[in-house]
Design a protein around this ligand. Structure first.
Ligand code: F6R
Length: 369
C-alpha cells in the first residue's frame, strides 16, 4: 500500500536505497563480489565468454547501457546493448561463447521474452536479470540474478532501474574476479564502494524539495533536453524518458559529444537543458569536455541545470541551477544522478495535475509484441 505517500511513485523513489542494499545483500563474501547464481553457469563458461549482448526495452535498456560500460571496463569482454525487438529480428551473430543477458523488471515483457527464446535457440547462454520471482523470462533462461527492489507498482520504473544497474555492477565485478581482469585490491575497493552506495542514495533523496521547486517553476516547459557522457549518457536518456511518460513533455537525451553534430541547433533562448556532469576524478578530459559543452549552450541562451558531484566548482559559473550528488566511484554515479531526474519528472507531472502512477496510454508490463 501507499502508506502516507501521495503516490506509489513517491514511495518507490524513497525505496531506492533499499533497492540497492537488498540487491547487493549476500552477494559480497569476504570483501569480494560473489553471485552464486552466476557460478551456476560454470566458471569455465564464464571465462570462455567472448561477447555479451544485453537485451531489454525502455528504462531497462538504459540500465543495460550503464552496465555495458562497467562490464566492459571490469571484465574486458566486448559488451553491447540491443533493444529486444531489434535484436530478435536482425539476424545477430551468436555462438556458444555469446552470453545474452536480458534485463526486465516484470519478467513478462513479450519483446524481451521472445528475444531470450530466440537467443537460446540460436545457441547462446542466457542470463536473466529480473525483479519478479517466478516470472516467465527467468524460467526461459539458463540462470537468473534477481534484483530485490521489491514490488514496483507505479508504471514508471524507478527503484527497479536502480536495482537493475546494481545487478549489472555485480555481474561485472563477479566476471572481473573470475576472469582475473581486476586486481584483488580493486575488486575489494569496488565491492566496498558498492556497499556504501545505499547511504549515498539516501543523501541524494534530500535534494527532493529543491528539485520539486524547480519542477514547479518549469511546469510550463514545452521541451526539455538532457545531456550526458559516458555512464551519464544513459542517465540523460532515462531523464528524458521519465519526463515524456509522466509529464507528456517533449524531452530528448543526447550524448554530450553529439551536441555539435546536430542537436545544438535546438538551443535557443530559455531552452532548459539538464546536464549530467561526469566526475573530474574519473576522466579529467571528459569532464572538461562536458564543461565546454555547458559553456557552448549557455552562450546560446540555454537555461542550464547541472547535476554534478559535491565540490565540483568548475560548473558553477555557467549553471543556472546546481544539483549536487555525493562522491562515489565514477562508475557508480548513474545510481546517484538518476534520483533527482526521477523526482523532477514526478514533481513536474504532479504540478501539471497528472496521475503519476498511471500515465496515459501505458501499462506496467507490456505482454504483447
Ligand atoms: C519506463 C518503463 C518501461 C520499462 C519497459 C521494460 O519507466 O517502465 O520503459 O522499463 O517496458 O519493462 P520490464 O523491465 O518489465 O521488461
Amino acid at each position: 500500500e501507499k502508506g502516507g505517500w501521495s503516490s506509489f511513485m513517491a514511495k518507490e523513489i524513497t525505496e531506492n536505497p533499499d533497492a540497492v542494499a537488498n540487491t547487493v545483500r549476500g552477494r559480497v563474501v569476504d570483501g569480494l563480489v560473489n553471485v552464486p547464481e552466476l557460478s551456476e553457469l560454470g566458471d569455465d563458461v564464464l571465462r570462455g565468454i567472448n561477447r555479451i549482448i544485453l537485451i531489454a526495452c525502455g528504462t531497462a535498456s538504459y540500465a543495460g547501457m550503464v552496465g555495458s560500460y562497467a562490464i566492459e571496463a571490469w571484465a574486458r569482454i566486448p559488451v553491447e546493448v540491443q533493444l529486444s525487438h531489434e535484436f530478435r529480428y536482425r539476424d545477430p551473430v551468436i555462438t556458444p561463447e555469446t552470453l545474452v543477458v536480458s534485463i526486465s523488471q516484470s519478467g513478462e515483457t513479450m519483446d524481451t521474452l521472445m528475444a531470450v527464446k530466440f537467443a537460446r535457440e540460436a545457441g547462446a547462454r542466457t542470463l536473466s536479470i529480473c525483479n519478479t520471482q517466478g516470472s516467465t523470462i527467468p524460467r526461459e533462461s539458463d540462470a537468473v540474478v534477481y534484483t530485490h527492489a521489491g514490488p514496483e507498482v507505479a508504471v514508471a520504473s524507478t527503484k527497479a532501474f536502480v536495482a537493475q544497474i546494481t545487478a549489472l555492477y555485480l555481474v561485472g565485478l563477479h566476471l572481473g574476479r573470475v576472469r582475473s581482469t581486476l586486481a584483488d585490491a580493486e575488486l575489494r575497493r569496488l565491492a566496498r564502494e558498492l556497499q556504501e552506495l545505499p547511504a549515498k542514495v539516501t543523501e541524494v533523496l534530500k535534494t527532493g524539495p529543491a528539485v520539486a521547486q524547480l519542477a514547479k517553476w518549469m511546469s510550463d516547459s514545452q521541451a526539455v533536453l538532457f545531456l550526458g557522457r559516458n555512464v551519464g549518457y544513459p542517465i540523460a536518456l532515462e531523464g528524458a524518458l521519465k519526463l515524456k511518460e509522466l509529464a507528456y513533455i517533449h524531452a530528448e537525451g543526447f550524448a554530450a559529444g553529439e551536441l555539435k553534430h546536430g542537436p545544438i541547433a535546438l538551443i535557443d533562448h530559455g531552452q532548459p537543458v539538464f546536464v549530467v556532469v561526469p566526475s573530474p576524478r574519473g576522466s579529467a578530459l571528459i569532464h572538461s569536455k562536458v564543461v565546454s559543452n555547458i559553456q557552448e549552450i549557455r552562450a546560446r541562451g540555454a537555461r542550464v541545470i547541472v547535476i554534478a558531484e559535491l565540490g565540483d566548482a568548475s560548473v558553477l559559473p555557467y549553471a543556472d541551477e546546481v544539483i549536487t550528488i555525493p562522491l562515489a566511484d565514477p562508475m557508480f554515479e548513474p545510481i546517484l544522478a538518476v534520483i533527482p531526474l526521477q523526482i523532477f519528472a514526478m514533481e513536474l507531472a504532479d504540478a501539471k495535475g497528472l496521475d503519476v502512477d498511471q500515465p496515459r496510454n501505458l501499462a506496467k508490463s507490456v505482454t504483447v509484441e
